[in-house]
Design a protein around this ligand. Structure first.
Ligand code: UD1
Ligand code: CA
Length: 451
């Protein structure tokens, strides 16, 4: 199949009231145009062209590596004018599918049906909408499409028509080029309307075929922040449904946000208010409790993330328990059966099997062995104000509460560190190391009195 896909993305999107061009506004942390480009790629067309205009370079820079031909429309004189700009880059053979950069959730199946109809004819994707306000209306005679009239150009009876133009069309290149050359801007908006090619097709005795869209979300365009917010909820619900179909238990599909991709094993449970970003992989029997935020991380089998935990660029092994209120920062690697408790922050560290760090600690740039117990309030002082230094804590170590480990430092295998110590030199294996001033009591000391 000799298919070209042309994406119109030159509009400013005035109603967004944003400096960012409309097609770069994001849905689930991904620019709208990104959805359309990905959908276009999935058809493996001969070429993909994007007509850009407002915010030009920014739009191009957002999609650097992709195999796209960018065509500038210097002035936005209408959808017909936009398509015309691309014609010199399209061969006479084959067909062109026209997509809009602000209609992100188009579905492959229905577009495929439209492409089939657009082999020899102009094919238009339509939808019967309860409230057609704002859209071009499909005017039919004897069930045949005769023209498309923009809302602003509609008379009272045309305004009542509920069948609308989604904007998505497919046509053979040669006749498309011919029609575009004939467009005029004699209408209320003084724009070159792409929709006028319907009338030109009828003039040429080429029947205009239509295909109806499967659902409203898939053809909905976005023009304002409130439409964007509605689309976001629709998209999130679709994503949640897809996960539930794979067997994930989601406590409330209306209270989950996936801004990226979540892969889940069997019998995974996700409680309310969780946000997932980037690529997140959840193993079997994983539990994510309420209000956790997980980004680009892997959680192993049978591990549970307790409420209000934050995990980023980290790997959690099997049978671990994290949180509540834990923070795993980039470069954290936890092996199996590790417990990380409340108000514990781990950064760029490896923690081995059966180790517990349960309360109020900071562990950074560290290698922590197996079966270590790190007492409440332990801090690895990894930063001297200029450089970062590593801490090594070997297997079986016990660190008493409120200990400062001034890096670089190493605590030998099986050592015990007394509570309240400030450790500045390596601690030998097996021994108890105490590093604090001796306790003294002053007898007969009197409390101060109020002056
Ligand atoms: C268009 C259709 C309307 C349809 C509606 C569906 C026309 C004349 N009207 O109207 O029938 O119901 O879409 O959403 O086609 N664009 C450019 N350059 C321009 C103008 C627009 O690239 O000069 C791009 C925009 O960035 C956008 C798309 O074309 O991605 C649609 O433009 P928009 O102004 O939103 O068209 P509508 O008035 O909504
Ligand atoms: Ca629009």
């Amino acid at each position: 199949m000799n298919l070209t896909i042309l994406i119109l993305a030159a509009g400013k999107g005035t109603r967004m009231r944003s400096i960012l061009p409309k097609v770069l506004q994001s849905l689930a942390h991904k620019p709208l145009l990104g959805f359309v480009i990905d959908a276009a790629m999935s058809f493996h067309p001969k070429q993909i062209l994007v007509v850009y205009g407002y915010g030009g370079n920014l739009v191009k820079q957002t999609f650097p590596s992709q195999n796209i031909q960018w065509i500038e429309q210097k002035e936005q004189l209408g959808t017909g004018h936009a398509v015309l700009q691309a014609m010199p880059f399209i061969s006479d053979e084959g067909n062109t599918l026209i997509l809009f950069g602000d209609v992100p959730l188009i579905e492959q199946k229905m577009i495929q049906r439209l492409i089939v109809k657009g082999q020899k004819n102009l094919a238009v994707l339509t939808f019967v909408k309860d409230d057609p306000t704002g859209y071009g209306r499909i005017i039919r005679e004897n069930n045949q499409i005769k023209k498309i009239v923009e809302e602003i150009d509609c008379d009272a009876s045309q305004k009542k028509i509920k069948e609308i133009n989604t904007g998505i069309m497919c046509a053979p290149n040669l006749i498309l080029k011919d029609w575009l050359g004939q467009l005029s801007n004699k209408n209320r908006q003084k724009e070159y309307y792409l929709t006028d090619i319907v009338g030109l097709s009828i003039q040429d005795n080429i029947e205009v075929l239509s295909e109806s869209a499967d659902n409203e979300v898939s053809i909905t365009g976005i023009n304002s922040k409130s439409e964007l917010a509605i689309m976001e909820r629709n998209y999130q619900l679709m994503t949640a449904n897809a996960l539930m179909e794979q067997g994930v238990t989601i406590m409330d599909p209306h209270r989950i946000d996936i801004r990226g991709e979540v892969t889940a094993g069997q019998d995974v449970t996700i409680d309310v208010g969780c946000v997932f970003e980037g690529k997140v992989i959840l193993g079997n029997h994983v539990k994510i409790a309420a209000y956790s935020h997980i980004k680009d991380s892997v959680i192993g089998d049978h591990s549970s993330i307790e409420p209000y935990s934050h995990i980023e660029d980290s790997k959690v092994g099997d049978h671990c328990r994290i949180g509540p209120y834990a923070r795993l920062r980039p470069g954290t690697k936890l092996q199996n059966h590790v417990h990380i408790g409340n108000f514990v922050e781990i950064k760029n560290s490896e923690v081995n099997d059966n180790t517990n760090i349960n309360h109020l600690s900071y562990v950074g740039d560290s290698l922590v062995g197996k079966s270590v117990n790190i007492g409440a309030g332990t801090i690895t002082c990894n930063y001297d104000g200029i450089n970062k230094h590593p801490t090594t804590i070997e297997d079986g170590v016990f660190i008493g509460s409120n200990t400062a480990l001034v890096a670089p430092v190493k605590i030998g295998k099986g050592a015990t560190i007394a509570a309240g110590s400030t450790i500045t030199k390596d601690a030998p294996p097996g021994d108890l190391t105490v590093a604090r001033s001796k306790q003294t009591s002053i007898s007969g000391w009197t409390k101060p009195t109020k002056k």
